[in-house]
Each structure stands twice: as structure tokens, then as C-alpha cells.
Ligand binder design. Structure first.
Ligand SMILES: NC(=O)c1ccc[n+]([C@@H]2O[C@H](COP(=O)([O-])OP(=O)(O)OC[C@H]3O[C@@H](n4cnc5c(N)ncnc54)[C@H](O)[C@@H]3O)[C@@H](O)[C@H]2O)c1
Length: 452
């Protein structure tokens, strides 16, 4: 078999094997690269080496196992091994919100560069993929230059990632664009080589400076969050004006300048990216002296959080004005369908708040149960949607999994104590649920609307 050098394929390491890193590693192995995934978590590396995906991501488990079986994909906790292995090192570690403030916690990134840098004694490219505040890449490049024995032969690029959880495999193999912040023509050529297949398939490759590449990702997330909060702000107005935000959204979406994507009103955004990324953007803009440029993101964040409060209020209204002694059945825990990610999940936030207000809350999610159990041992969990709503005074749809969208209102109705439902995602056919005798409420819609 030809070696990677013979085929012109460089050997790749992926540092940090979370949602992003595991998808990146398995997809590059499927494209024919030899890939080593590295993580500081020995348990995670052991699971991945056994072909066990530590989280839910459609299609990724089989890609992982195919990669392992082909011998092109392997995992390790060893940085010396990684440094010796890789020609290109993709950095995919986490950049969570720092405790007590809006700024990003960059300690995983600096930890990674500090561990890798001193071991780099031959030419290579370090390519950051994590989402970072603008300016981080330049700081890390200087840090790497200080640490690396290979000196200028070891360069740092920034190649932000746009994959969506739930679609990680398709988004990685067929990205809608590839953005590369590159310090040199050599670095650009290396990244063009890594992404040769998607580029050949038509993905635009945009080479930029480091700062622009970092900002593209943050700006994209800020725009998405703003669009979601815009329609949710309209939902607030619709609630006050007895108008229907679903019709409003549909009518807006027909305007090609606006578009339908990210315009579905509901419980708002959560997860491990949008909330912390817009907050880190505000913090960084403050440091750069341009705080007013993104101060609207504070409102975007506030609108988003107000939807959760509104959901709790609607549930309480249907519970008869108080949660004390009430049973609440919750459908959905993950921050969105297609994922088991519960980081900053609006669903879990609402469920925990209602529990704190005295209700007995029972939850079900098709894939996120074990994560939720670990994070919220005080809540009670069911093995099915029917079990979650059995005896419920109010049912809440908080994550719009297909199985909940298709749920039979008669079947669920036979299990509940009272046919009260709040559709937190505007995902159900209101007419069908009302026809089955349910008192149906949804965010941003008038009491007696008839439509879908
Ligand atoms: N999850 C997504 O959909 C997504 C999409 C685009 C961008 N991003 C960005 O990608 C980054 C990673 O996100 P994620 O969701 O995969 O995070 P994650 O928390 O799931 O994974 C991070 C991994 O890095 C490991 N790690 C920490 N320090 C390390 C070190 N020094 N060396 C090696 N491994 C280390 C952790 O153990 C963990 O497994 C973040 O910046 C995020 O904003 C994520």
C-alpha cells in the first residue's frame, strides 16, 4: 500500500476529540488521510479506540469504526507521539465561557500549544479550528514561535469550523465554505491539500489573514443568534398584539432578502456554541474599544433568555397559576434535535426552573437521557414519551424531535391527567391537538388560532 507521502497525503493529528474533533478526525480518515486523535481524557481516548462514540451524532459512529478498521484512524493521549506523527495538527479543544464573566476561557488552547510546541522539531502546520476571540491566533502563533524548536518552519493558521451538531458528518465532508486564516502561501497550500476533495466538489476556499478568519466564525454565530432572537422578539410582540408569529415568520421568509432559515420562533438557542460565542464576542469587542458595535448582542441574549421565562409562565398558567403539587411531563432535553448535547439547553433550563418552583417534573429525550441524569440528578426521568407524560397536568414540548412532532394526541391524551400542552418549538399541528381535546398553547401565538 502506498504511504501517505507517496500519495501526497499528509499525516494529521486532531487535538481535542469532542464533538468537533471526533467528527474532523473520522471524516479526514474517510478521505484517505492517516489521522491520530489526541485528548487529555484517557477515558474518552479509550472509548474512541474501542469504536464507541461518547456522544450522539448521526453517522459518525460508523465512520469512526470504519476508520479504526482501515488502520487510518487511531487515538492516543500522548503529545510526543502526536508531535512525531503529524504534518498538520488541527486544534479542536474547547473554548467555554469563563466562570463569572462573558469572556472565553482559553486555557485548553494554551494548554494544548504549551504541550505540543516544545515537541515540534520538524516543519509542520498547526491549524486552529476552535472558535476564539479575534486576536487569539496571533497570540498563539507568537507562543508557538517561542516554544517550537522548528522555529519558523512550524507555522500557525486558523481554520474555523462551521459544522452543525446533528449534521456533523455531512457538514465536514461537504462544507458550504472553507475559511483559512493563513500566514503564508505554504500554509495555504497545505490546507488546500487537506481539503482537496471538498474543494474539488465545489466548496469555496477563502484564504484570509488570521484575524478575519477568527472573526468570520464569530460573526456568523452572532448573525444566526440575532436572526433567531429577532423572530422571538416578534413573538413577544405577537403575544401582546394577539397576532400569530408563525404566519408572520412564514410571510417574512418568502422575502429572498430575509429567507426562512433560522426564522422559526420558539424557545430560542442554546448549546455549546451560540450563547458563549456571542458573550465572548461582546467581551472581546470591549477589550478592542468597540463595545457599542456589538452591544445589540446583549439584547439578543436577553430576548433569548426571556423566551425561557415566558415558557415557564405559560406552563404555570396551564397548571392553574401555581406549580405546587403539579405534575409536568417534559418532551425533549437536548438543546436541539439530532444531538445529545445538553450544554446550555433551553429545555433543561426550563425543566429545572419548573422543578425549583415546586412541580414534579418528569422528562424524556430520545438520546440525551444519561447526560441529563448526570447533570440534574434531582429531576426524574422516564423511558418513553408516554411514561414522561403519564399523570401530567401539563405537557411541555421543549425539543422538537421527529418522534414528538409525530406523537399521537389521542394516545398521549389517554395517559395524561389533563390535556394541557405548551408547544415550545411551534412544532405541532395545533388544529390536530385541539381537535383531540387538548388545551394547546404555543409561544408567540394567540389563544384560539386555528392553523398549523
Ligand atoms: N460542537 C460544535 O458543533 C462546534 C461547531 C463549530 C465550532 N466548535 C468549536 O470547537 C471547539 C470545540 O468544541 P466541542 O463542542 O468539540 O468541545 P468539547 O468540549 O466537546 O471537546 C473539547 C475536547 O478537548 C479536550 N481537551 C481539553 N484540553 C485538551 C488539551 N490540552 N489537549 C487535547 N485535548 C484537550 C477535552 O477533553 C474535550 O474532549 C470550541 O471552540 C467550539 O466553540 C464547536
Amino acid at each position: 500500500m502506498a504511504s501517505p507521502a507517496d500519495t501526497g497525503k499528509r499525516r494529521i493529528t486532531v487535538l481535542g476529540t469532542g464533538y468537533l474533533g471526533t467528527a474532523h478526525a473520522a471524516c479526514l480518515a474517510s478521505l484517505g488521510f492517516e489521522v491520530l486523535g489526541v485528548d487529555v481524557s484517557a477515558a474518552r481516548i479509550a472509548a474512541l479506540s474501542r469504536g464507541e462514540l461518547p456522544f450522539h451524532e448521526p453517522g459518525l459512529g460508523s465512520l469512526l469504526r470504519t476508520g479504526l478498521a482501515s488502520g487510518r484512524l487511531s487515538f492516543s493521549t500522548s503529545y510526543p507521539y502526536a508531535a512525531a506523527f503529524g504534518d498538520v495538527h488541527f486544534v479542536c479543544v474547547g473554548t467555554p465561557q469563563r466562570a463569572g464573566c462573558y469572556a472565553a476561557d482559553l486555557s485548553q488552547l494554551t494548554g494544548c500549544i504549551d504541550a505540543l510546541g516544545p515537541l515540534l522539531n520538524r516543519p509542520c502546520l498547526v491549524a486552529g479550528k476552535s472558535t476564539v476571540p479575534v486576536g487569539t491566533a496571533a497570540d498563539l502563533a507568537a507562543r508557538l514561535a517561542r516554544l517550537s524548536p522548528a522555529g519558523p518552519a512550524c507555522e500557525l493558521a486558523w481554520n474555523p469550523e462551521f459544522l452543525r451538531e446533528g449534521h456533523a458528518v455531512a457538514d465536514t465532508l461537504r462544507p458550504d465554505r472553507i475559511v483559512a486564516g493563513v500566514p503564508s502561501a505554504r500554509a495555504e497550500a497545505i490546507l488546500r491539500g487537506v481539503y482537496a476533495d471538498p474543494i474539488r466538489a465545489g466548496a469555496p476556499f477563502l484564504a484570509t489573514d488570521l484575524a478575519t478568519a477568527e472573526l468570520v466564525k464569530v460573526a456568523a454565530n452572532a448573525f444566526l443568534a440575532t436572526k433567531i432572537s429577532f423572530i422571538n422578539a416578534m413573538a413577544e410582540v405577537c403575544e401582546a398584539a394577539h397576532a400569530d408569529v408563525m404566519m408572520l415568520s412564514e410571510a417574512l421568509g418568502h422575502d429572498p432578502r430575509i429567507g426562512r432559515a433560522a426564522l422559526r420562533p420558539g424557545l430560542g438557542f442554546g448549546g455549546g456554541c451560540l450563547p458563549k460565542d456571542i458573550r465572548a464576542f461582546m467581551a472581546r469587542a470591549g477589550e478592542l474599544g468597540v463595545e457599542p458595535a456589538v452591544s445589540f448582542l446583549r439584547e439578543v441574549d436577553d430576548i433569548n433568555l426571556r423566551r425561557r421565562a415566558r415558557m415557564v409562565d405559560l406552563a404555570r398558567e396551564l397548571a392553574g397559576g401555581s406549580f405546587a403539587g403539579r405534575n409536568i411531563g417534559v418532551l425533549g432535553v437536548a438543546f436541539k434535535p439530532g444531538s445529545d448535547d445538553i450544554r446550555d439547553s433551553p429545555a433543561l433550563d426550563v425543566a429545572a426552573t419548573i422543578h425549583g418552583l415546586g412541580a414534579s417534573v418528569r422528562l424524556f429525550d430520545p438520546v440525551a437521557m444519561s447526560q441529563a441524569r448526570r447533570a440534574h440528578p434531582e429531576l426524574s426521568f422516564a423511558d418513553s414519551a408516554i411514561e414522561a407524560v403519564t399523570g401530567a397536568d401539563v405537557t411541555l414540548l421543549l425539543t422538537e424531535w421527529q418522534e414528538f412532532r409525530e406523537a399521537d394526541p389521542e394516545k398521549l391524551g389517554a395517559a395524561v391527567a389533563r390535556r394541557n400542552i405548551v408547544d415550545g418549538r411551534n412544532a405541532l399541528d395545533a388544529g390536530r391537538w385541539r381537535a383531540a381535546g387538548w388545551h394547546y398553547r404555543a409561544l408567540g401565538r394567540p389563544l384560539g388560532h386555528a392553523g398549523k
